[in-house]
Design a protein around this ligand. Structure first.
Ligand code: NAP
Length: 274
């Protein structure tokens, strides 16, 4: 069961960086920036949080229920000498995301880089898909991006380096059997990214999406071996991707090196969809 917003606040964890064992402030290209990564306790989000911290950013770690994983990641980030903060919130709940923004703003400061990564899948053929499976996936994958983006909009608008980076999927670009709900949610994220990029350009905030193909995380771990082998056979680079390979693209989009890129969907898929 997901705890209430109040219980969430009690569970937040704050670190000043440069704690015992810290190795010193990294001198990477994101030094001085503050980032929030949603769904950062595992998989791609975890890799993104670590990669941004290695590049010098202070990183807030959002998760839904994997407290221990989030704590372990925070300790790892502490050791890099940047500040970190863990915050459990269900991104599909507008009140919880607003509470997260208030707490982060109070203790961590304004967020410059928002990475909307949290996502789920509930796969079945459309003929067997009930309304609850449709709504749950839309609530987390699309409404979650809306909730976090509205909650942190003022943060990025007031940042001289405002960035919104949405993690969509190859499935939102090409569709996939058994994933009509997931494809619709991820295609929605692409549309939202492009429209918002146009709206926020006047404020010098860039909005981009990253579209991973099949990446080695818990999300694909449940795939039967024969399906996995079939997928790999279709990928020109003949392997699944690694979370770190997605994270590097996010780090680039968060940096000044990507200052003239907005409304873009960056595919990280080994050539599966070109
Ligand atoms: P994952 O390993 O299943 O991890 C999902 C993360 O999202 C976890 O940290 C989880 O937190 C968090 N989360 C789930 N529901 C949440 C909610 N309602 N509120 C807040 N956090 C929530 O997934 P992944 O493979 O890393 O996927 C990350 C993103 O990449 C997703 O948007 C996914 O759609 C996208 N993607 C993945 C692949 C792939 O092949 N893996 C391909 C394309 C796109 P808890 O640990 O607390 O549950």
């Amino acid at each position: 069961m997901i705890p209430s917003a109040t219980a969430f606040e009690a569970k937040t964890r704050w670190s000043e960086g440069l704690v015992q064992g810290a190795t010193g402030i990294p001198s990477g290209r994101l030094r001085g920036r503050r980032a929030l990564v949603t769904g950062a306790s595992r998989g791609i989000g975890r890799a993104i949080a670590l990669c941004l911290a290695e590049a010098g950013a202070d990183v807030a770690i959002n998760y839904r229920s994997s407290e221990e994983n989030a704590e372990l990641l925070a300790r790892r980030i502490d050791d890099l000498g940047v500040r970190t903060w863990t915050y459990p919130a269900d991104v599909s709940d507008g009140e919880q995301t607003r509470a997260m923004q208030r707490q982060i703003s109070r203790y961590f400061g304004r967020v410059d880089v928002l990475v909307n990564n949290a996502g789920i899948n509930i796969d079945r053929f459309f003929s067997k898909m009930d309304g609850a499976s449709w709504e749950k996936v839309m609530d987390v994958n699309l409404n979650g991006v809306y909730n976090c983006t509205t909650a942190f909009l003022d943060d990025v608008l007031h940042s001289p380096h405002g960035r919104i980076i949405n993690i969509t999927s190859i499935v939102g670009q090409m569709g996939n059997i058994g994933q009509v709900n997931y494809a619709a949610s991820k295609a929605g994220v692409i549309g939202m990214t492009k429209a918002l990029a146009r709206e926020l350009a006047r404020s010098n905030v860039t909005v981009n999406a990253v579209a991973p193909g099949f990446i080695e995380t818990d999300m694909v771990a449940g795939m039967p071996k024969e399906v996995r082998d079939k997928v790999i056979a279709q990928i020109p680079l003949k392997r699944l991707g690694r979370p770190e390979e997605v994270a590097k693209a996010v780090e680039f989009l968060a940096s000044d090196d990507a200052s003239y890129i907005t409304g873009h969907v960056l595919s990280i898929n080994g050539g599966l969809y070109i």
